[in-house]
Design a protein around this ligand. Structure first.
Ligand code: HEC
Ligand code: HEC
Length: 324
């Protein structure tokens, strides 16, 4: 096992790490049934998401959350819908050892599987260390960090090409940043359209009934058991940020998702409960309009302008491949 005090490799070679990470990313042998790779849920040719409401892992087990795209995470500071991890490196063994994802029996099992297939590659990149929790995490994180979405029409527009957006998309952008108030939580600055912060939303009535019990029970578990409960139990997943902080004010709060490529990453919301982009925008208008405004204050054509604008956030390479 890693002591955590090993010397840093020198010189760090992110590019070589990322290409080894790419091999691990598509390798189904790192799973309990030999059928699931990172790319099963995060297919690179479909904006790194799977088009399902919630994830499907080994033995067809379902998770509790909608699979986020992995594009543009180099600048993210917290990860997962509840922000329960603070770096790409620390989260990598979560999918590998989660029963509903790769389902490997613990970290040692992952490391020996990696050793069995990639010991030469790891030895070359990390002489004297080989595959460890730390080096496996590093190569996967390097791969993810490299995934930058190709420029969208909106980015071309920002860099001076006025024709890159159709008139309705420009009107939609004005509403998005103006009267509809979307940019309060989905700011365009930085390109990801997320404030990286946590906000309360809608919870289904069926889950509300189970929440209080789940919240009490959760407070007694250690952090590892709490994380495992998120992907196993919908009523725990619905507690949101509370699972991380155990503060009542964080009950049902979720991290604002990026809207880059949102037009090709249906279905929507942390639980995949909203099938189409139009419905997602309607729901956001209903729950999150600035104070004093009601959803009826936006005309149907204004709503469709907002949807048209969101389509301008799609990278050219991402517009195909969905619906698999
Ligand atoms: C069975 C489906 C599945 C597999 C396999 C899977 N993931 Fe995920 N991934 C998810 C889901 C679902 C989430 C969101 C979980 C949550 O928020 O609780 C997620 C979240 C992530 C995130 C955080 C993204 C963000 O915006 O916060 C990263 C990074 C990630 N996965 C990388 C990987 C890597 C690398 C692998 C392979 C080692 C992998 N995943 C395997 C389903 C999967
Ligand atoms: C108060 C903060 C806030 C405001 C204002 C806001 N959003 Fe959101 N948005 C969120 C959060 C948080 C989520 C995730 C909610 C969930 O999963 O339940 C989200 C989810 C979404 C999604 C689904 C994305 C996905 O990948 O699942 C879309 C689309 C969206 N918002 C568009 C908009 C639009 C358009 C507006 C303006 C009308 C808007 N939002 C206003 C915080 C906000």
């Amino acid at each position: 096992m890693d002591s955590g005090a090993e010397p840093q490799p020198s010189p760090p070679d992110e590019k070589a790490w990322a290409s080894l990470g790419a091999a691990l990313f598509i390798d189904t042998s790192l799973s309990a049934d030999g059928k699931v790779a990172c790319a099963t849920c995060h297919p690179p040719d479909a904006a790194f998401t799977d088009g399902k409401p919630v994830s499907r892992g080994v033995f067809d087990r379902t998770g509790t959350r909608n699979v986020p795209s992995l594009w543009g995470l180099a600048s993210a500071r917290e990860f997962f819908w509840d922000g329960r991890r603070a770096s790409l490196e620390t989260l990598m063994f979560d999918p590998l050892t989660t029963a509903e994802e790769h389902g490997m029996e613990g970290e040692e099992a992952v490391i020996s599987s990696v050793q069995a297939r990639y010991s030469a590659e790891f030895e070359r990149l990390f002489p004297g260390r080989g595959a460890t929790r730390e080096t496996v995490s590093r190569v996967l994180a390097a791969y993810v960090r490299q995934q930058v979405p190709p420029p969208s029409p909106f980015e071309q527009f920002l860099s001076g090409d006025a024709q890159a957006l159709r008139p309705e998309q420009r009107r939609g952008f004005a509403l998005f940043t103006g009267r509809a108030g979307c940019a309060r939580c989905h700011p365009p600055e930085g390109g990801a359209f997320t404030d990286g912060s946590y906000h309360a939303g809608e919870i289904s009535a069926a889950l509300i009934a189970k929440q209080a019990g789940a919240a009490r029970e959760l407070a007694l578990l250690d952090p590892g058991a709490r994380r495992a409960a998120v992907s196993a139990r919908a009523e725990v997943a619905a507690l949101g940020r509370y699972v991380v902080t155990l503060r009542a004010s964080d009950l049902g709060r979720f991290r604002t998702p990026s809207l880059r490529n949102v037009a090709v990453t249906a279905p929507y919301m942390r639980d995949g409960s909203v099938p189409t982009l139009i419905q997602a925008v309607e729901r956001e208008l209903y729950y999150r309009l600035p104070e004093g405004l009601q959803v009826g204050d936006m005309t149907p054509s204004e709503r469709s302008d907002i949807v048209a604008f969101l389509h301008s956030l799609t990278s050219p390479a991402a517009s195909t491949g969905i619906g698999r």
